[in-house]
Design a protein around this ligand. Structure first.
Ligand code: FCB
Length: 445
């Protein structure tokens, strides 16, 4: 057997790319879009590198046709994007913004014309500021507001979009936003964090019911970040920190949503906020498990944080990406096998990718060998997991474009297409060519 034939992909395997609204759209004050909690956070000194904002980002709002053409060149079959809630409902509820809705009509139609399947994620962290002003996810009513927003999106696009995800990375935006002040809205308080977790879970369950009732033939998933969590060093304190971080990071959302119960420590703390019937409202049948994965994480005890845990360092000899994230493809393989057994749902890898700082060389070429190495190793590990029985049905690279990387602003690049933010010129990197070859079958892992 030649090396090229070692990985075999099912014919209908979904190869895609992912993005999110706030990270690429720009046009933050155009055509009636309302502010989101990330617009607000970007204005707070010290929260985002260089004071960067998503005001312009990749200007995708105006350049979406060019971006769809880039996807066509790469040959992807699917595009995962998110709808900006404040673009379609500027205050989060009440008045609808027709111009905002029309933007996603244009995008979806352009994708379908290019034979690229739209995968629509309802929430990738840009909560309308108006909802936050009313308490945001800490207010139990937020679940109903999210269900109403979901109904608007489902009615408008459900004739053309069949793949819906409720939320992106539940635990990241709740932990960072309500316990650690690493993300919007920047609260650091146990009770607020617990309520946010529970209300987001309720919002997920409500949205699943809305989608199921309004979109014929719908296929519904939720997107979870799952990353094996290890103690930075083997002390009882660090082991306890890793165990609690694991509950918050990996289990506080998929377990109630799919298995109908919270993990033990989170569940005990959650008791005051759970009302009769809630667990059944959260645990609604879904069709697939969306996995975002970059690499394992390391925990250490830190009494000064909201929950007593903090991020520890990976072992000094760990292989790392250019931005210092540890690279462990074997952990990805083992995780896929484990998740399949735990949750018994088909898995789509909805994000995987590698951050760097690469720039064009003198000839205008962007060589990103580290990213190609990362993708090759992880896609290879995924294939091994599939051979071992994991039901993985698709893979989306994060990300199509270099974009606004939250607290890191524009300092970290995850795209397989380079973006010059001064001119908005796009340059496919060598990883884009490599990924195109993999999809076409001329490259292998
Ligand atoms: C994930 C986010 C995505 C992007 C990547 C690098 O946690 O979902 O928006 O920031 O990390």
């Amino acid at each position: 057997m030649t090396e090229k034939s070692s990985a075999v992909w099912p014919r209908d395997f979904v190869w895609g790319v992912s993005t999110s609204s706030y990270q690429i759209e720009g046009a933050a004050r155009e055509d009636g879009r309302g502010p989101s909690i990330w617009d607000t956070r970007c204005l707070i000194k010290g929260r985002v590198a260089n004071g960067d904002t998503g005001d312009v980002a990749c200007d995708h709002y105006h350049r979406y046709r060019e971006d769809v053409a880039l996807m066509t060149d790469i040959g992807v079959k699917a595009y995962r994007f998110s709808v900006a809630w404040p673009r379609v409902l500027p205050r989060g509820r009440g008045a609808v913004n027709e111009a905002g809705l029309a933007f996603y009509d244009r995008l979806i139609d352009a994708l379908l014309e290019a034979k690229i399947e739209p995968w629509l994620c309802l929430y990738h962290w840009d909560l309308p500021q108006g909802i936050d002003d009313d308490g945001g996810w800490v207010n139990r009513d937020s679940a109903g507001w999210f269900a109403d927003y979901t109904a608007l999106v489902a009615r408008r696009y459900g004739d053309r979009v069949k793949r819906f995800a409720t939320f992106n990375e539940f635990s990241v935006f709740t932990l960072f936003g309500y316990a650690l002040d690493w993300g919007a809205p920047g609260i650091t308080d146990r009770a607020s964090h617990l309520k946010a977790i529970h209300h987001v879970n309720l919002a997920h369950g409500a949205a699943v019911d809305v989608l199921r009732s309004l979109v014929p033939g719908v296929s519904i998933g939720a997107i979870h970040n799952v990353q094996g969590t290890q103690p930075e060093s083997d002390t009882p304190e660090n082991r306890a920190a890793a165990e609690l971080l694991d509950e918050h990071w990996n289990r506080a959302f998929p377990e109630p949503q799919i298995l109908g119960r919270y993990p033990p420590q989170v569940g005990r703390a959650m008791e005051p906020y759970i009302q009769a019937g809630d667990m059944a409202r959260i645990c609604r049948p879904i069709d697939w498990f969306g996995l975002n994965h970059y690499g394992p994480i390391f925990a250490k005890a830190d009494p000064n944080t909201t929950w007593g845990f903090a991020w520890g360092s990976a072992p000094a000899d760990a292989p790392r990406s250019d931005i210092g994230w540890p690279i462990y493809p074997d952990a990805f393989r083992d995780l896929l096998i484990d998740l399949g057994r735990r949750y018994r749902l088909p898995i789509y890898v909805t994000e995987n990718g590698c951050g760097g700082n690469e720039v064009p060389d003198a000839n205008g070429v962007v060589e990103d060998k580290t990213r190609i190495g990362y993708l090759r190793a992880h896609i290879g590990a995924m294939n091994e997991a599939m051979k071992a029985g994991a039901d993985v049905r698709g893979y989306f690279v994060w990300s199509l474009l270099d974009n606004f990387e939250w607290g890191s602003g524009y300092t970290i690049r995850f795209g397989i297409v380079y973006v010059d933010f001064a001119t908005q010129k796009r340059i496919p990197k060598s990883s884009a060519r490599w990924y195109a070859g993999l999809i076409e079958g001329t490259e292998s892992v």
